[in-house]
Design a protein around this ligand. Structure first.
Ligand SMILES: [Zn+2]
Length: 638
């Protein structure tokens, strides 16, 4: 598709720049060695006029401290949390630059499209840069008539090659009339619709998004002394904020369970920002003292939404410890132009996928008794991916910037996708947890590792980097074992099956039966999918095939992604109709005839599958300890 290919080209150009720079020495590589002109005493200022946010527009006006002569300002490219060069260049419009009230000519760099050059006249100490930010641009939708998600890294330019820990920005926002806001930034004053925040290092402002909206509710989840955790919800409709008290109580358990898991915290005040809108895509982005969570309108009122996505806020919250405080050494950079190395995302994201789920079950957002059925879906998905026969997990994490930007596309199981190191990461870290529990006879667990991982306690929002060897040494301290060989086998080499030992070790066995799995049923209802992956061998969404499993009956018969299901055995397709003929085929052993439409052509495809409905489940191994129940049970002392 067009948009996808543009993104890929941008990414190639930016990475090509680094190669060119080192090969020729002409273009300096992005670095953080320049002296920052914006200081705490004389910061860059940014006023974001968001009064037209409901119409999808915000106007950004900056004063950037400069010195006379050639000067380059840049737009953030590598955005922490996105793990990719995702800075949305195409969403910038109407850019103007002026100095001392006069227009100043600017031009974009021919190679680094994120860089803009000017020549600053003598006697000028700051330039004014103004642009219109398209909130609903080519990359995502962030505003509706009732709410907006403001990400500051999309709103500012800054001096090239500075270290963003030592470059200061003072931000202000002008809100639409009557709209509330939530952010981890410190408010120093408010005059009418204008809110002024404290001057902070650029990295901290960039790490502190702001949600604003007409309908909002703020819930205090936890506090002790001056430390607080808030849930700030913004909705398109007021009734979507009527959250059942029982669910809110479960969310109030979340910080307590996180403290029990990690033994400390590295934030002062934390805001879980949540948008509830069907216009904004499901997404979660982690920050040190807040998180940017975007969910459907009925996320807090429909139990099926919590069953499927109840780990969204726990996952992002867990990242405050694992991802923000502890971070891979090569993923930590000193400004937004320096490329991030993503190979250790199997710890950063892989372990966090496990911990986010674990926290959602321990808090009671999801019922701990449901975890085994959830785990069965993860395992069966990863075990039936043909792409894993040639591509190790480390290749997916190393190539993550591309995989994130290109999305899932067609055949996500053949070429594997960024989602794999999350899903398989969960199996991997559950495997680690069960190995520790088994080898220490239940005395220790991954929780002990996380307590060590989070030391020293209460540092505030700083970053402490790690290497692969650090992780292996720390695990060894908790439980002597050849962790290097373990990760080598499961992450760094082709592994034809996902980690498997955790199932038996935790007292469970995988079976396939005709009984529906509740997680698959919920996904089918909410996402309008039809899960036939383990039967005919395809998945479809809204009646269109999204993937076909290599070697499956559907594959053998010639089915492919993009085909629209029109009819099954001559009867108009619905998931229910297909289910009827799936059972029928098991009895009469006749192939199922699918009528499919694609690009203006209609044809019939006969698929020979006679095994009936097939869903993954975990069943208990009699006489063993139910380790999954122990892991997912509440741990916090109340
Ligand atoms: Zn994550």
């Amino acid at each position: 598709m067009k948009v996808k290919s543009i993104c890929s080209l941008l990414a190639i150009a930016s990475l090509g720049l680094c190669a060119l720079a080192s090969a020729t020495g002409i273009i300096p590589e992005p670095n953080a060695n320049a002296m920052p002109y914006a200081t705490k005493a004389d910061p860059e200022t940014l006023v974001l006029d968001a009064r037209m946010a409901g119409r999808g527009i915000a106007i950004s006006t900056m004063h950037i401290p400069v010195k006379p002569g050639p000067f380059t300002f840049v737009y953030p490219q590598w955005i922490p949390g996105y793990h990719s060069p995702a800075g949305p260049l195409a969403d910038i419009s109407q850019l103007t630059v002026s100095a001392a009230g006069r227009p100043l000519a600017w031009h974009r760099d021919k190679v680094d499209m994120y860089a803009f050059h000017v020549v600053v006249p003598q006697g000028v100490h700051s330039i004014k840069v103004r642009f219109t930010m398209l909130l609903n641009g080519g990359t995502s939708t962030r505003a509706t008539p009732n709410l907006a998600v403001i990400t500051w890294t999309r709103a500012f330019f800054y001096q090239n090659d500075i270290n963003y820990h030592h470059y200061y920005l003072k931000a202000s926002i002008i809100l639409p009339k009557g709209w509330g806001y939530g952010t981890a930034l410190t408010t120093v004053s408010r005059v009418g619709q204008r809110v002024n925040f404290a001057e902070e290092p650029l990295t901290y402002v960039g790490d502190s998004p702001l949600f604003t909206g007409r309908f909002y509710k703020k819930v205090l989840l936890w506090h002790a002394g001056n430390a607080h955790m808030w849930l700030d919800m913004f909705a398109d409709a007021p009734q979507d904020l009527d959250v059942p008290a029982k669910l809110l109580d479960a969310y109030k358990n979340l910080p307590r369970e996180a403290f029990a898991l990690y033994g400390t915290r590295h934030w002062y005040n934390y805001h879980a920002l949540l948008s509830l809108s069907n216009k904004i895509s499901f997404e979660g982005i982690e920050h040190h003292q807040s998180s940017d969570n975007r969910a459907p309108a009925d996320f807090m009122t429909n139990p099926a939404q919590q069953l499927l996505g109840g780990d969204l806020i726990p996952h992002e919250f867990s990242h405050s410890w694992n991802g923000k405080y502890r971070r891979p050494w090569d993923l930590q950079t000193d400004n937004y132009q320096i490329p991030q190395r993503t190979d250790l995302l199997w710890v950063y994201e892989g372990m966090n996928q496990y911990l986010g789920d674990l926290l959602s079950f321990r808090s009671g957002i999801r019922k701990p008794s449901e975890y085994p059925q959830y785990l069965a879906t993860l395992y069966s998905q990863m075990a039936t991916e043909p792409g894993r026969n040639t591509e190790p997990l480390i290749d997916l994490t190393t190539g993550a910037p591309y995989f994130y930007m290109t999305g899932f596309g067609e055949y996500p199981s053949l070429r594997r996708s960024a989602g794999d190191f999350y899903t398989e990461g969960e199996l991997l870290w559950l495997d680690v947890d069960t190995i520790i529990r088994e080898k220490t006879h239940g005395k220790k667990s991954l929780d002990n590792f996380l307590h060590l991982y989070s030391l020293p306690k209460l540092t505030g929002p700083i970053t402490k980097p790690y290497t692969r060897a650090d992780i292996e040494h720390l695990l060894y301290e908790v439980c002597p074992y050849d962790w290097h060989a373990f990760f080598q086998r499961h992450v760094y080499e082709v592994a034809k099956l996902p980690p498997t030992g955790e199932l038996r070790r935790s007292g469970w066995r995988l079976v396939y039966t005709a009984k529906p799995n509740p997680f698959i049923t919920a996904a089918e209802q909410i996402y309008h999918t039809d899960f036939q992956w383990l039967t005919y061998g395809f998945n479809s969404k809204a009646g269109v095939l999204s993937d076909v499993r290599e070697g499956s009956p559907a594959w053998q018969a010639g089915m492919a992604p993009g085909m629209k299901l029109v009819a099954v055995n001559g009867q108009s397709y619905t998931p229910k109709v297909l289910q009827y003929y799936l059972v029928q085929a098991e009895h009469d052993h006749e192939p199922t005839t699918f009528t499919v439409a694609q690009d203006g052509w209609v044809r019939a495809i006969k698929v020979g599958y006679f095994g009936g409905p097939r869903y993954p489940h975990l069943v208990r191994i009699p006489g063993t300890v139910n380790m999954l129940a122990k892991i997912m049970a509440p741990h916090a002392k109340h």
